[in-house]
Ligand binder design. Structure first.
Ligand SMILES: *Cc1c(COP(=O)(O)O)cnc(C)c1O
Length: 469
């Protein structure tokens, strides 16, 4: 498979180079040149199959030509052996036609483990084969950082710098990151928002001199491999409920638009999905865009679902490219407008294309808390606040068909004990994954919201630049 940039001015790359590049050199995001499809018979074959078998079938077309089949299968098996549930992503029924897809059985209890475990193994393999070393710089709204640190700690060929917004992640999320003891892990608490963290990561990638000197690699969902790995659980869950002979609907708690875009890809590949719902909290840029066609980041409001406190949804660019008919000059114009005027406006045709593909809604704290309480009382199910936003939005919009509605459970409630207890009156049980980080000391550096300070901090500490100097 070959990968092209949404902005059309970066080299066309194979899978491995696209994975290492992260952001394309023209500031765009890599997308496959063409979308593979799976036949109805292939999808029917997923009924009763293991997660690993489905993963291999769904992802192989994207890595073909770069990663040998046996090696790829071993990496899949090793990645999901770190999960504590045999089904990897089990479905739980909470209502007559309502289901929860639990994506939080990995080592850091959020869905980010699903792609990150695989990404780390893919990257390690490429770097070992090429005798190369990279500096990973990533931004986190709370869960990506922990998942990346867990997946990459102690790996010889990478140094990992994770930026989180100081004071805006939960204590559990912070401790998962800052208690890592390995020397290749660096935590930076930035005095800013997640959007500031993400903007600095992009600025580093667009700073070509530093990018080359650091041999920069990215693990945010701008990295195609993450989006790819998330496509798998749409197939496994839909087949579990009867696809391709029955269609299903999904509600996806959304921040950076990565997870729900993976659902869109599953549908493009042939999975019968009748409805894809973008569920946002009060930081509702995507709900507003789907309603009006105007994409306009406003200030971030902290919420009880911090991993969705995002106003600049990076992966939306991948969808823009599609609804603009793969016209990269149009994508460049829109992104240029966003940079200069802080908003852009879709044409009527583009808005129609967006609305044909997605519905969207927002749930504020009251709706989130009602959904969380209702699930406990009527379904005996304890969800985390992100998942509750997904359920609240799906219920608020109402079903359009009689298809099962699956809400993605993106994190375990124990990652947000204070918020869950405030709603339900009881602290969530602590799974074994959390108990190990309890009494270790924390290591992190607080840095001001300033690009040069950050860039120098990383350059001084990365082994890539230290070895070269
Ligand atoms: C990252 C995250 C999200 C948002 O996912 P995107 O792919 O950024 O849309 C939602 N919930 C949780 C718990 C997360 O960690």
């Amino acid at each position: 498979m070959k990968y092209v940039s949404t902005r059309g001015e970066a080299p066309v790359l194979g899978f491995e180079d696209a994975l290492l590049a992260g952001l394309a050199s023209d500031g765009g995001l890599y997308v496959p040149e063409a979308w593979p499809t799976l036949s109805a018979d292939t999808i029917r074959g997923f009924q009763g199959a293991s997660y690993e078998d489905i993963a291999e079938a769904v992802m192989t077309p994207y890595v073909e030509g770069d990663v040998p089949r046996d090696a790829f299968r071993s990496m899949i098996d090793e990645s999901y052996a770190t999960f504590s549930h045999r089904a990897i992503a089990p479905l739980v029924q909470i209502g007559a036609n309502e289901w929860i897809l639990e994506l939080f059985h990995g080592p850091t209890l959020a869905f980010k483990d699903v792609p990150m475990q695989l990404l780390a193994r893919l990257m390690d393999r490429i770097l070992t084969a090429r005798g190369k070393r990279v500096t990973i710089v990533g931004a986190t709204s709370g869960d990506t950082g922990g998942a990346a640190i867990e997946a990459f700690r102690g790996r010889e060929a990478v140094d990992v710098f994770i930026l989180h917004p100081h004071g805006r992640v939960s204590d559990v999320q912070r401790r998962q990151m800052t208690t890592a003891t390995e020397g290749n892990i660096f935590n930076i608490a930035l005095e800013g928002t997640f959007d500031d963290c993400q903007a600095f990561v992009k600025a580093l990638f667009n700073d070509h001199r530093r990018r080359d000197a650091l041999s920069l690699a990215g693990v945010n969902s701008i990295n195609w491999a993450r989006i790819m790995a998330q496509v798998v659980y749409y197939f496994s869950s839909a087949a579990g409920l009867g696809a391709p002979d029955r269609s299903v609907a999904y509600s996806v708690p959304t921040g950076n638009f990565g997870d729900v875009f993976s659902g869109h890809i599953a549908r493009t590949m042939g999975l019968p999905i009748s409805d894809l719902i973008i569920a946002t909290n009060q930081n509702d840029i995507l709900a507003r865009t789907v309603a009006s066609g105007r994409y306009e980041p406003l200030g971030v409001e902290p919420s009880t679902s911090p991993s969705m406190d995002i106003q600049v949804s990076s992966n939306f660019e991948r969808l823009l490219y599609e609804i603009c008919g793969s016209d990269s000059s149009r994508v460049r114009a829109l992104m240029g407008q966003l940079a200069q005027q802080s908003h852009f406006e879709l044409t009527e045709n583009e808005l129609t294309a967006l609305q044909q593909r997605f519905r969207a809604g927002r749930a504020g704290e009251a709706e989130m808390s009602d959904a969380l309480t209702d699930m406990v009382e009527r379904s005996d199910y304890l969800a985390d606040p992100h998942t509750a936003v997904g359920v609240a939005v799906a219920r608020g919009l109402g079903a359009r068909t009689t298809d099962p509605v699956i809400t993605l459970a993106t994190a375990h409630p124990s990652k947000f004990p204070a918020s869950v207890e405030a709603v339900t009156g009881a602290a969530p049980p602590r799974p074994k994954q959390l108990q190990q980080s309890d009494d270790r000391p924390e290591r992190m550096t607080v840095l001001p919201n300033d690009y040069t300070t950050l860039a120098e901090f990383i350059t001084e500490r990365s082994r890539v630049t230290r070895v070269a100097a």
